[in-house]
Write a protein that binds this ligand. Structure first.
Ligand code: SF4
Length: 451
């Protein structure tokens, strides 16, 4: 279907991880370059895209709800659904009356050109194909991140770890990385656009480069980036415990352009549960890693994901997790419940935990996480930080807000700065904004699970 200029209006609703959000930003940016105008979610449009997630049952449910709402509220729009749900269960989405196109992750980056070619017609289209292991990631530049001073850059996709609870490998395929030369040219372009912070994202970021013809590690890539002296700082999204190397820690500790922020999934503090999860570390390994970071970079933000209610998590196993988290020097927690996903081994494990028990455990851990966050904030008082100015404070008129390199949201009076500036500030109590909401954590790369 081809659209007249005045009818080229679109909206995108995105669920799930930062990688999904980056991909939506790419589609939006490309559509705008093609003359399409973005509209707000409640305004009419001619093209409506839902970028879905299936990491948990809740995320899948929310995806279906979002699609139905989009169809209901935009009766004259072409509704195209994409993302991990479309990749893994395309037929389920195709069966929803009103869906005009189902596009799997392998085709997602082609959505703008499919629209240009008029491939979406009144007849429903389904474009889903398996992943090609040999393909490196294509360089796709996103110039605009709506309402954001920070840019994201997807440098890696895919996962081959097959944790027993995780459906992601089916939705994202094998490891694929962006060639270092492309990473550099993307950063050049983002710096030229005025971004002063770029978050490097991936589905399994620590495996960056293993699939390239000339393999390179994440640390190797960071060295290449550092040589260029870009006028921006780099933040890493989630990296698995076994992939946070001593070299990486020392690099973050010594280079001011690298944000002192690690997000390292823990999932459980019980050794037996970690084994059943098919995670390849013990609580002792994890603790040694966290202590090494804290010793070498005392002010680093260290976040952890913890899953509660995994099958077989007895009261004792949960107590192990709770005590373990209490005793390690992390700065914040992201707590989420186990969600049985069809097609994963853990969905059939014995010892499923009743929802009310998982809920109580989750509440207890979240309270502990809050305490950890407050303690971390206090430890930063009186120290000087580099702040990225994000704009006017949403809570206090006349103040601006920003983000420290170690992931504290702060507010301050706006004397000599504007949105997008990097400034320095000695942190006092009145600068602290109450903790960044869980949903606002940029390292949370999945709807309910940081990856
Ligand atoms: S939890 Fe992370 S590492 Fe494990 S399979 Fe899922 S995406 Fe891969």
């Amino acid at each position: 279907m081809r659209y007249k200029k005045e009818k080229k209006t679109f909206k995108i609703f995105t669920l799930g991880c930062k990688v999904n959000q980056w991909e939506s930003a790419y589609i939006a940016s490309s559509l705008e370059d093609m003359g399409w105008k973005p509209t707000s979610l409640d305004a009419p449009c001619t093209l409506a895209i839902v970028n879905t997630c299936i990491v948990t049952q809740k995320a899948a449910h929310q995806s279906r709800q979002a699609i139905r709402k989009m169809i209901r509220e935009n009766p004259n729009a072409m509704v195209v659904v994409t993302g991990c749900y479309a990749q893994v269960y395309p037929q389920e989405l195709r069966d929803i009356p009103g869906v005009g196109g189902v596009v799997g992750n392998t085709w997602k980056h082609l959505i703008p050109s499919l629209i240009r070619e008029g491939r979406f017609t009144e007849k429903s289209v389904c474009l889903v194909s398996p992943f090609d292991k040999r393909g490196a990631l294509e360089p796709l530049l996103v110039r605009r991140f709506m309402g954001r001073t920070r840019a994201y850059l997807k440098i890696q996709d895919g996962c081959e770890a097959f944790c027993s609870y995780c459906i992601v490998p089916k939705g994202r395929g094998p490891y694929r990385s962006l060639e270092p030369a492309h990473v550099i040219s993307m950063l050049e372009a983002l710096a030229a656009e005025g971004f002063r912070e770029v978050v490097l994202t991936g589905i399994h970021l620590g495996k960056y480069g293993v699939d390239l013809q000339a393999p390179i590690s994440l640390v190797g890539l960071l060295h290449r980036i550092g040589e260029r002296r870009f006028p921006l700082r780099i933040r890493l999204s989630s990296v698995e415990p076994g992939e946070v190397t001593e070299e990486l820690i020392d690099l973050v500790g010594s280079e001011s352009w690298l944000c002192r922020h690690f997000h390292i999934p823990l999932q459980s503090g019980d050794r037996g549960i970690l084994e059943k999860m098919n995670r390849n570390y013990t609580p002792q390994d994890y603790e040694a890693l966290i202590r090494m970071i804290r010793t070498r970079i005392p002010l680093a933000a260290i976040g952890a994901d913890v899953m509660i209610g995994f099958p077989g998590e007895t009261d004792m196993a949960f107590r192990h997790t709770y005590d373990f988290v209490s005793n390690i020097p992390i700065s914040y927690l992201h707590v989420f419940p186990f969600s049985p996903r069809q097609g994963t081994p853990a969905a059939f494990f014995p010892g499923q935990v009743p929802p009310h028990v998982a809920k109580q455990r989750g509440s207890a851990l979240r309270r502990l996480g809050q305490k950890k966050r407050e303690d971390f904030m206090k430890s930063c008082l009186g120290k000087e930080f580099e702040i990225l100015v994000e704009g006017w404070s949403s809570r206090n008129a006349g103040l601006m807000q920003g983000l420290t390199d170690n992931y504290l949201r702060v507010q301050f009076s706006a004397t000599h700065c504007q949105e997008g500036d990097l400034i320095t500030l000695t942190l006092a109590q009145h600068h602290l904004v109450s903790p960044v909401a869980i949903s606002d954590q940029d390292t949370s790369t999945k709807a309910e699970m940081s990856l």
